[in-house]
Design a binder for this molecule. Structure first.
Ligand SMILES: [Zn+2]
Length: 252
């Protein structure tokens, strides 16, 4: 096998400097999940300025299989979500998206679906109003957890099987990793109380196109409960701590 040129549908997740001073860019790709590519050129090179988080588009990569080495030769950027940099909440949310893709090895195996989900989230963050980055992020977390096959079923009680009706409320047990009806939840389950809005959103948000689901109205207390639930599920998906959730005033 000789030298080869590859084309990826890609989202740039993060950039770091190699000991030799070149840039190494981690891409989330539809074809191969996470891919590290070298980006050569000085700080003023055009390719280097294009190839930064969170540019998305077609990445042209040269592969040297003998040296086990991939080099970015061109990046046809379709979108770079410029408004992400204008708002701390949006930027932090994009960072959490990138960290989760990284820690779940590109979301397991359904790479095209995971890439599409990430792009939809970044688009909704980019186009949304400043200070309203929670709904697109929470939607990303809930859909990712479901794509990974880790999404508990919010439509029925995992203990007695009764249908969970949003109007009656319900609980999520972190120890049992499942949803429970009010009669089955006990304090010993470390159960999180879920109001009508939370249960309704958990089902409704999976049925709508992304932009519509991200625009579903959410009360502040519903957002806080969803953060408790979905940040917990995200930590489980990442199989460990998440740096983005580790510090700062933005998480709860
Ligand atoms: Zn029950």
């Amino acid at each position: 096998m000789g030298q080869r040129n590859l084309v990826y549908e890609a989202l740039a997740l993060r950039a770091r400097e190699s000991p030799g001073g070149s840039r190494i860019l981690t891409l989330m790709t539809a074809e191969a999940g996470l891919v590290d590519v070298f980006v050569f050129g000085g700080p003023k090179s055009k390719l280097r300025s294009l190839a930064s988080p969170y540019a998305s588009g077609r990445a042209f990569v040269y592969l040297d299989p003998i040296k086990d080495f991939q080099k970015l030769s061109d990046f046809e950027v379709r979108d770079s979500y410029p408004a992400l940099r204008e708002d701390l909440g949006r930027l932090w949310s994009a960072g959490l998206v990138a960290e989760l893709l990284y820690k779940t090895s590109g979301g397991g195996g359904d790479f095209p679906l995971v890439l599409e989900l990430a792009l939809e989230c970044l688009k909704a963050l980019d186009e949304g109003r400043a200070g309203e980055s929670d709904p697109p992020l929470l939607l990303f977390l809930w859909r990712l957890v479901n794509l990974l096959g880790l999404g508990p079923d919010p439509s029925s009680c995992a203990h007695c099987g009764i249908e969970l009706r949003p109007s009656l409320g319900g609980y999520y047990s972190f120890s049992l990793e499942s949803f429970l009806c009010p009669s089955c939840a006990t304090a010993a389950d470390r159960a999180l109380a879920l109001g009508t809005g939370v249960l309704r959103w958990l089902t409704r948000s999976l049925e709508l196109p992304y932009a519509q689901a991200a625009a579903l109205p959410l009360l502040p207390e519903t957002i806080e409960t969803l953060k408790n639930l979905l940040f917990g599920l995200a930590r489980k998906a990442a199989e460990g701590p998440i740096a983005s959730l580790g510090s700062g005033a933005l998480n709860s």
